[in-house]
Design a protein around this ligand. Structure first.
Ligand code: COA
Ligand code: AMP
Length: 630
């Protein structure tokens, strides 16, 4: 069957399609049906089944002949180490950790925050939670204490599992002060913290609060897998929305297992036993789905890479890892390859490695620019596949299903909808747009298994953010079009979310930080085009009347403030002081127009602007920051 047949078979019988896909999972008690629409438009999948994620990702492979196969390779060019863990070892380590957590009172449904760098223990912590039916929430290491505190207060974890440090190429990121700061800031206090001491930074444990990762496992009884209901939350992953308050995307257990398993063969084209590598971070959705869960579910070997595309030690690192570990399928963000291409434009480093195992390269997380795709195609001589998805969906919405049929690549398009997704382009009134015309991208409900059933403790926000604008559809927040061959094109966000180096960030969240500076009366943050990172945030500050302080001083302070409140990952480095901001007569800041000015694009003078001269002032300010096209 080719792609069209598979997609048509899903459309004709979604229930049959997803019940069939569910056969790949080992259920404690199998589902009698796939979709539960009893609470529409809130949908759930496989609600009457019981299942355990860790059993499917680990134990069953040990029982079925993969005990000695490597499950996880930790490759850390930063520490110069490579460690391999077999499925049998993984089972032992995870069962022991889960046993220790259980002995400290962690049970099904309890939340556990995981704040760890790219070490295999991060995956072990996730799997140990899954083993007990506890709900993990992994927080990316590049966030500041304040962001961690916000997540602690929302998820209300019984425990936090952390490492003593993360390792960036130029510095040791001390996690303990961030953890302590976050717990101080948060209203909710965890009962205990588990600390993984890394040799690069050994910290003092807090008496009565912290336990040592190894010591607290001594003498405990290993935990067995606890079956949970199909709609039990597997994890919460916070992602940026329009405001500074992150959204807690809930991942349902059973749908997650079925959908991820389906993608490994059908979308990524890998067979059990092969090596699959997603160069991302466990703190992001790509890390959850394709470093941890999906490769393990299908009995692949996954790679936990602690390094950067460049500088650890050079732009050949990716190719060295692919060659050393015989990677069959490789996945990363376009920004990572732009960094590689900038350092090694002729691809000389690529030729130094034997890449004969590599069959396909996948890109996601941000728009894949055609230059980067073509450069990769030319040098790697394998298909380079863009695919589009979101934290909310947990797996691909539109892609090129390599295990079903390699469809012709059209540069600029992540190809076609996956089964389960009925993608429509809508105008402001919610009417379907003709082929080739731009509009809001929406997905007809229900979304497929594995996608978010809601936001953690925030049903109203879920409805408002995703369901209310276009009744009967899920609003993706992306704008784009579909061409005459059914190829989807993702052009822009419809909200204030920007994408910096494949990281999703909220300009609204940054504005909240800038506005808190005592000298700032009003502000705006926009995402301008950046050759390396895709987008970069730029801040505009209007100061309080009578403020005579030097502007560079205030700019330096707000830059430091964003780093302190949101974290280095915000990459907020540019800001300027302006007299006023361009607004409509009703007071809405014209951020979109400001972006066009910065990028040197033509724009229509907004009919409702209160004073067009302000746009010239913005252009002058942008040129002052080095945006020559403004
Ligand atoms: N912990 C602590 N700090 C972190 C961090 C982490 N896990 N990840 C990034 N940071 C810090 C960086 O050290 C940097 O700090 P600095 O301002 O002191 O230099 C800051 O956050 C910005 O990081 P980043 O945006 O990653 O920029 P960079 O210049 O360090 O690297 C790239 C640029 C392109 C090499 C890098 O962004 C990259 O590898 N991107 C791929 C992203 C990716 O895989 N995304 C996942 C989606 S699939
Ligand atoms: P995140 O939730 O962090 O994965 O970010 C999801 C958002 O990143 C999407 O809504 C898009 O705006 C953008 N995105 C992800 N993948 C792609 C892609 N292949 N092409 C264009 N934009 C993408």
């Amino acid at each position: 069957m080719g792609y069209s047949d598979v997609y048509a078979s899903w459309k004709a019988d979604p229930e049959g399609f997803w019940m069939n896909a569910a056969k790949a999972i080992d259920w404690a008690s199998p589902p009698s049906k796939a979709l539960d629409d009893s609470n529409a438009p809130l949908y759930e999948w496989y609600t009457d089944a019981t299942v355990n994620t860790c059993y499917n990702a680990v134990d069953r492979h040990v029982e079925n002949g993969r005990a000695d196969q490597v499950a996880i390779i930790h490759d850390s060019p930063i520490t110069g180490t490579v460690t391999k863990i077999t499925y049998a070892e993984l089972k032992e380590r995870v069962a022991s950790l889960a046993g220790a957590l259980r002995a400290k009172g962690i049970e099904k449904g309890d939340r556990v925050i995981i704040y760890m760098p790219m070490v295999p223990q991060a995956l072990e912590a996730m799997l140990a939670c899954a083993r007990l039916g506890a709900v993990h929430s992994v927080v990316f290491g590049g966030f500041a204490a304040n962001e961690l505190a916000v997540r602690i207060d929302d998820a209300r974890p019984k425990a936090i599992i952390a490492a003593s440090c993360g390792l960036e190429p130029n510095r040791v990121v001390q996690y303990k002060p961030l953890l302590d700061g976050a717990i101080d800031l948060a209203d909710h206090k965890p009962e205990f913290c588990v600390m993984l001491q890394r040799p690069q930074e050994v910290v003092e444990l807090e008496e009565g609060r912290d336990v040592d990762w190894y010591a607290f496992q001594e003498g405990v009884t290993p935990a067995e897998c606890v079956p949970v209901e199909g709609d039990h939350p597997a994890y919460i992953l916070y992602t940026s929305g329009t405001t500074g308050a992150p959204k807690g995307v809930v991942r349902p257990t059973a749908g997650h297992l079925v959908a991820l398993h389906w993608t490994m063969k059908n979308l990524y084209g890998v067979e059990p036993g092969e090596v699959f590598w997603a160069a991302s971070d466990v703190g992001w959705v790509v890390g959850h789905s394709y470093i941890c869960y999906a490769p393990l579910l299908t009995g692949n070997t996954t790679i936990v890479f602690e390094g950067k595309p460049v500088g650890t030690p050079d732009a050949g690192t990716f190719w060295r890892v692919c060659a050393d570990h015989k990677v069959a399928s490789f996945f990363s963000a376009p920004t990572a390859f732009r960094a590689v291409k900038r350092e090694d434009p002729t691809g000389a480093l690529i030729t130094q490695y034997d890449l004969s195992s590599l069959r396909t390269l996948f890109l996601a997380g941000e728009r894949a620019d055609p230059d980067t795709i073509v450069w990769l195609q030319d040098h790697l001589k394998v298909p380079v596949i863009d695919h589009w998805w979101q934290t909310e969906t947990g797996w691909c919405i539109a892609g090129n299903p390599m295990g079903i049929e390699h469809l012709p690549i059209k540069l600029g398009s992540p190809t076609v909808p996956m089964p389960g997704y009925d993608i429509q382009i809508l105008n402001d009134e919610g009417h379907e747009m003709p082929t080739g015309e731009l509009g809001a991208i929406a997905v007809k409900l229900p979304l497929p298994p594995g996608t978010l059933p809601g936001l953690w403790n925030a049903e109203e926000r879920f409805r408002k953010s995703y369901l209310n604008t276009f009744p009967g559809y899920y609003e993706t927040g992306d704008a784009g079009m579909i061409d005459e061959d059914g190829y989807v094109y993702i052009m822009a966000r419809t909200d204030d979310v920007i994408n910096v180096a494949g990281h999703r960030l909220s300009t609204g969240g940054m504005e909240e930080v800038l506005a808190a500076h005592p000298d700032v009366a009003e502000c705006a943050v926009i995402g301008v085009t950046d050759a390396l990172k895709g987008q970069a945030p730029v801040g505009f500050l209007c100061l309080n009347a009578g403020c005579n302080r030097p502007h560079p001083e205030i700019v330096a302070e707000v830059v430091a403030l964003v780093r302190e409140k949101i974290g280095p990952v915000a990459a907020f480095k540019l800001a300027c002081v302006v007299d006023r901001l361009p607004k409509t007569r009703s007071g809405k800041i014209l951020r979109g127009t400001m972006v066009k000015i910065a990028d040197g694009e033509s724009y229509k003078m907004p009919a409702t602007i209160d004073d067009p001269a302000i746009l010239d002032e913005i252009a002058v300010a942008l040129r002052g920051l080095g945006f020559e096209k403004a």
